[in-house]
Structures are given as structure tokens and as C-alpha cells.
Design a protein around this ligand. Structure first.
Ligand code: SAM
Length: 346
């Protein structure tokens, strides 16, 4: 009996093919085809292949795949970028996702190729994917200059996309100073000083990150400067601030490490101080949004949490008045205040 088109399991068929589509996007990005088309305008496959140094037949198939996926336009035999490719897929745009796409290809793809072993063993498959086991996630990323730059570019591209929504999820204008712990390239910090011109923002991150931030700093901006401080947030003293920020930090670490970090922040918080956590907040069933659930499959030692789990965690460390804002963007925001402050205010 033949299946009529309306009964085809389209969702399943789409998922079966998803890996081909992802890889087509990754390879076109890696070959900088979208940059090329932005710089040179509409081109034929043969000219792109000559410029990029790839085979004509392979390039043509890749370009057709990209056109079929809605990433490129094709008119007669000529290819051009869609608006979305110009904005998100070229490597130098403000909202470029290029860094994260390259990270997905070079780091996440090999990890996910070993997903079966990851599920069987319940652990990250670094040793299988890259031939080495690292005790700390970030020691992995920072072992070579190339991997570090790639990881920082990936963080920067996603942080740029979400920074405005995180910065404006709550009214932070009453705070005078903020410290973004694990703030990486300062993408969120720069957004914060734009939205809150009177806020002094410090980014605190590992020395190997801070030494490499210059490439990511905005040029010619007429806003207050951001201060960068290097250190290890588990071991070193943290800068003083009215508002601490942990953006995409908590989900990476096991409970023991989170205990160290949140105890330290809580001890530093004075009356009136607050903590802003930026993470994807799961629904109570912990199956949506799928972007967070799928991230969990990387099997870091940390985990994604629901709103009630964040509330419970933060209250355990003396924070109160926990407010959650689902932004609809890739990161949500959770704001909470040190308990003593809430009692004083009350
Ligand atoms: N907050 C940024 C964002 O939302 O895009 C970056 C998130 S990234 C997943 C985690 C950050 O924590 C990295 O920049 C990393 O270098 C930093 N980090 C990891 N371990 C750290 C430590 N022990 N002390 C300070 N920063 C650390």
C-alpha cells in the first residue's frame, strides 16, 4: 500500500536528513562561500570553485543544496546570498553566527558522532572524538591558540545575538556596578554599558581568555569602557559589584563546583546586591526548548535546569525574590536578590 503524501511522517523524514543539511551549512561556512558572495555579488558555480579552490562539480552540488535549504538564491545558473545569509552567515557581520557554526563543525560534530558511546557510558566523548581526556571542559578548549580563538568566536557570536534581550530582560538601572563572571569576550558587557550608560561593567574570565579579547572589542563606540580582569572564579578573589552575572556558566559545571561559585558570590553580596543568571530555562517537564535538551547530549558534567530548579538552587545560596523572564531568544534571564536585602527592603 503506498503512503499518500499527506500521511508521510514529515517530521521524521526531516530529522533523518537533518545531519546532511547541517553539514552542508557547516562546509559552505567553512569555505566562506557566504563571505565570497557578499564581497563579489552573484556568481556562477565555476567561478566560486575557482576562487575557493574546490572542484566545480562538488561546489555546484553544495551551492544547490544551500539554495534548496533557503540559504542562497539561484537564478538561472547564478547564485547569491539571501538576506539572512548576509546577516548571519558571513563571518564579519554584527550578528554573524559564523564562529558558532565553525565550532559546531569542528568540535560538536565529532562529539555527536560518538553520541551512542556517550549515552552508553554517560560521559563526554572527548577521548574518542579528539584522542584525549581533559578533566576540565575549558582546559580542552584552551589547549591550543587555534581552538581557543574558535571557541571564543563561537561564544561571541551567540552572545551578540542574545545580549540585548538579556540586558533588557529586567530593569537593571538601579545598579552601579556589574561583574560578568565568565564574561568571555565582553559581548554582553558592551551591550550592558550601551543600555545602562551609568553602569560600570567588569568582565572576569580566565587569563588565557582575557589575553585574547582585543580582536572582539567594538571599534569607535562612544560608550563607557568595559574593564577586563583575569582570574579563576573557583580560586581567586572576585571583583566587588552590586550585580553579578553568570551567563551560560552554571549549566557547564557539576554541583560541587556550583557550590563553590555560588557560595562565593553569595558571601560577597551586600544588601541590595543581585545575581543575574542567563541560561535557557527548561519547562517543568524538561523537554522544551529542544535546543537546550539537545545541548545536554554533549554530556558535560553540568546540566540544564527548569525554572523551579533555578529558583531552588538560588534560594539555597541565600538569594530570594527569584524572577524568571523567558525572552523567546536563545537565552532566558533569572534575576534574584540577596536575602538580607529583601528583608531590609520589606
Ligand atoms: N558568558 C559568556 C556567554 O554567555 O557567551 C561565555 C560563556 S562560556 C560557555 C563560559 C565562560 O566561562 C568562558 O568564557 C570560560 O572561559 C569561562 N570560565 C570557565 N572556567 C572559568 C574559571 N574557572 N574562572 C573564570 N572563568 C571561567
Amino acid at each position: 500500500v503506498s503512503q499518500s503524501a499527506s500521511k508521510l511522517p514529515s517530521k521524521i523524514l526531516e530529522l533523518m536528513d537533518g545531519f546532511r543539511a547541517s553539514k552542508a551549512l557547516f562546509v559552505a561556512s567553512k569555505l566562506k562561500i557566504f563571505d565570497h558572495l557578499k564581497d563579489k555579488g552573484p556568481m556562477k558555480a565555476v567561478d566560486i570553485a575557482n576562487d575557493v579552490g574546490t572542484s566545480v562539480c562538488g561546489t555546484e552540488r553544495l551551492l544547490d543544496a544551500c539554495a534548496s535549504l533557503g540559504l542562497l538564491e539561484k537564478t538561472s545558473q547564478v547564485y547569491s546570498n539571501t538576506d539572512s545569509a548576509n546577516t548571519y552567515l558571513t563571518s564579519d557581520g554584527k550578528y554573524s553566527l559564523h564562529g558558532y557554526i565553525i565550532h559546531s563543525n569542528d568540535h560538536l560534530w565529532p562529539l555527536f558522532t560518538n553520541l551512542e558511546s556517550a549515552v552508553k557510558e554517560g560521559s563526554r566523548q572527548n577521548h574518542r572524538a579528539f584522542g584525549k581526556k581533559a578533566d576540565d571542559l575549558f582546559k580542552d578548549y584552551y589547549h591550543s591558540q587555534e581552538v581557543k580563538q574558535r571557541f571564543m568566536a563561537a561564544m561571541h557570536s551567540i552572545a551578540h545575538l542574545t545580549a540585548r534581550d538579556v540586558a533588557t530582560a529586567f530593569d537593571l538601572s538601579k545598579f552601579k556596578s556589574a561583574c560578568d563572571l565568565g564574561g568571555c569576550t565582553g559581548a554582553l558587557a558592551h551591550e550592558l554599558v550601551q543600555v545602562y550608560p551609568n553602569l560600570k561593567v567588569t568582565v572576569f574570565d580566565l587569563p588565557e581568555v582575557i589575553a585574547n579579547i582585543s580582536h572582539f572589542q567594538p571599534s569607535g563606540q562612544h560608550t563607557a569602557p568595559v574593564t577586563f580582569v583575569s582570574g579563576d572564579f573557583f580560586k581567586d578573589n572576585l571583583p566587588e559589584a552590586d550585580l553579578y552575572i553568570l551567563s551560560r556558566v552554571l549549566h557547564d559545571w557539576p554541583d560541587e563546583k556550583i557550590h563553590v561559585l555560588l557560595s562565593k558570590i553569595s558571601a560577597l553580596c551586600r544588601p541590595g546586591s543581585a545575581l543575574l543568571v542567563a541560561e535557557i530555562v527548561l519547562d517543568e517537564q524538561k523537554i522544551h526548548p529542544s535546543v537546550a535538551v539537545l545541548q545536554s547530549l554533549s554530556m558535560t558534567e553540568g546540566k540544564q535546569r527548569s525554572g523551579s530548579e533555578y529558583k531552588q538552587l538560588l534560594e539555597k545560596y541565600g538569594f530570594t525574590d527569584v524572577q524568571i523572564k523567558i525572552t523567546g531568544n536563545l537565552l532566558d534571564a533569572v534575576l534574584c536578590f540577596k536575602k538580607s536585602c529583601a528583608i531590609l527592603v520589606a
